[in-house]
Write a protein that binds this ligand. Structure first.
Ligand code: GDP
Ligand code: MG
Length: 162
């Protein structure tokens, strides 16, 4: 059985875009409107000669009351089934209350977490990524899932965590 890497984070941070980048094909559904990904979708993936199962998450409604709770509880199911977690934050926006809720849940899970500071499309965005040290999850990896920037270092870290 292959190790499972779950990609979690609040809607619209770029999880599905990153999943497609890792897969090298457009399989996960990316939408400008958040909430289109089904709860959990698994894909066979490979990095540096290691095969693993990559799980994209999503599927919650964004404009409902208690969004923090909904995002965290959806992510919780994926995390429980995972060996390691890729936690995606939008570095352009910074950490939100919803992100903080997910971080609490990730801490409780005890699973290894790699922090992806996504939407760092150029060198100018690296400072945004550095703010995410404040989440207490260790090094934020600056990544652009859209353009592929930084995904090699991110995946190297994820393979160490798996
Ligand atoms: P998800 O809801 O977390 O799965 O997010 P999606 O992958 O569906 O992406 C949400 C939006 O963010 C889409 O409009 C993407 O094109 C955009 N996006 C995703 N990754 C990046 C990135 O690295 N840089 C920028 N600038 N936009 C991104
Ligand atoms: Mg998605």
């Amino acid at each position: 059985i292959l190790p499972v890497l779950a990609v979690v984070g609040r809607p619209n941070v770029g999880k599905s875009t990153l999943v497609n980048r890792i897969l090298g094909r457009r399989e996960a559904v990316v939408e400008d409107q958040p909430g289109v990904t089904r709860d959990r979708v698994s894909y066979p993936a490979e990095w540096a000669g290691r095969r693993f199962t990559l799980v994209d998450t999503g599927g919650w409604e964004v404009d409902v009351a208690g969004i923090e709770e909904k995002v965290a509880s959806q992510a919780e199911v994926a995390v429980a089934l995972a060996d390691a977690v890729l936690f995606v934050v939008d570095a352009q926006v910074g950490a939100t209350a919803t992100d903080e809720r997910v971080v609490e849940m990730l801490r409780r899970s005890g699973k290894p977490v790699v922090l992806c500071a996504n939407k760092v499309d150029g060198a100018a965005g690296e400072a945004d990524a550095a703010y995410l040290w404040s989440l207490g999850l260790g090094e934020p990896y600056p990544v652009s899932g859209l353009h592929g920037r930084g995904t090699g270092d991110l995946l190297d870290a994820a393979m160490k965590a798996l």
